[in-house]
Design a protein around this ligand. Sequence first.
Ligand code: MN
Length: 405
Amino acid sequence: MAKSSRDLPSSSADSILDRLSRFSIEVPSWGFADTGTRFGKFLQPAAAVDLEDKLADAGAVHAHTAITPTVAVHVLWDFPDGFDPRVVRLADGHGVRIGSINPNLFQDQCYRFGSITNRDADIRDQAIRHVLDSVEIARQTGSQDLSLWLADGTNYPGQADIRARKRCATDALRQIHDALDEEMRMLIEYKPFEPAWYFTDFFDWGSAYIFARDAGERAKVLVDTGHHLSGTNIEQIVAWLIDERMLGGFHFNDRKYADDDLTVGSIDPYQAFRIFNEVAAWEHESGRDLDIAWMIDQSHNIKPKAQAMIQTACRVQELFAKALCVDRERLSAARAAEDTVAAEEALQKAFYTDVAPLLTEVRRRLGVPEDPLEAFRQSGYEQDAAKTRQAKREALGHPGGGSYA
Ligand SMILES: [Mn+2]
C-alpha cells in the first residue's frame, strides 16, 4: 500500500492526475468582502469593496491555483442596483466567469415571518419575483445554477402551521422551477437552525429532497457541510443523495460547533476526505465524473480573504486527491471477506498517503506555482490591493465597505 503517491502503480497515478486536472471548485464572492458575526465586523484594508474587487480577487486565486474558474454571486450584495451586463466582461477580464446565482430572501424587513412560506401572499409573491429576477440574471451571465438558501422558519412552538408553510414553499419552488431553462439547475440548501430557532422550513436533507422532488427534475439538493447538527454522518447523506441522483452540489466549509464557516479541513480533514471518498467511489464504479456543483461557502472573518481562499482550494484539491488514492479493489475484497480492519485500513492508508508528488505534477500540468499559497503571499497582490482599496473607500466616504454575510 502506498505511503506516498510516488508508490502508486503508474496507471492509477495517471488516472488520478487526469481527474485532478479536470477538478474545479467555485469560490463565493462574499468570501472576499469584510464579514463578521452578529456581534461585529473586523475590517481588513485589502478586503474587496465592490464586485469588481471580488472578481479581481477571484481572478488572483484562480491564477495561482487554476482550479477556481467561477465565482458565485449574491444578487442583493453584488447587484444592488440591478444586473449590469458589464459584469460578465469584467469577470472575463480577470480570467473567471460568473457561477451560481444566489438570491437573497432573508434581508428585507418584509421577510421577518418568512419569504416563500410567509402567511401573506403578497410577501410570498415578492419573494418569488426576486428569485425569478435571479433566474433572469443567471440567463444573462450564462450561469447553470440557481442556489437557494431559505432562512424561513419560526422561533416559537405554536407560531405557525408547519404543514401550511410546507405547502407554500412547494408551490413557490414549482413556479421557480418552471421558469428555469433546460440546462439550468435549482439547488436547494438546508439547515437545521439559525436564523430561526424553533424550526427552519428547510431543515434537513430529507426536507430538501422532498421539496426538490416536488419542484421538478431540475431541482436537486445542495449539501452545505456546516449545516448539520453535531455528529451527523454527512458522508452517508451524500452517498444516499448520489444514489438517488439527487445530489446537486456542495457548499464546503468546516465547523467545530455549528455553522461556523471555517476553512475546509481546518477542524476535521478526515470528514472532508470521507465525503470525497463517496464521490470518488461512485466515479470509480460509473467511469465518469459526477456532475454536481462544487462550491466553497466560507466567511473569513479574521484571515486575509484571498489567502484563505487559496488555502481552501488547495486543501480541497489535496483531500480529493487522497480520496482518489483509495485502493478500490482492495477495499472491495476486504468488504467481501467481512474484513473490517482491512476495509478501514484501505481508507486510512489513502488518507495518510502523501499526495504532494501528485499535486506538484498536476500544478505543473496546469501551469501554476507548486506552492500556490506561498507564491501568492510573495506576489505583493495583497499590499497593492490594500492601498487601492483604502483609497476607494475614502473616495466613497466609508471606512468599511463590502457586504455583510
Ligand atoms: Mn451555504
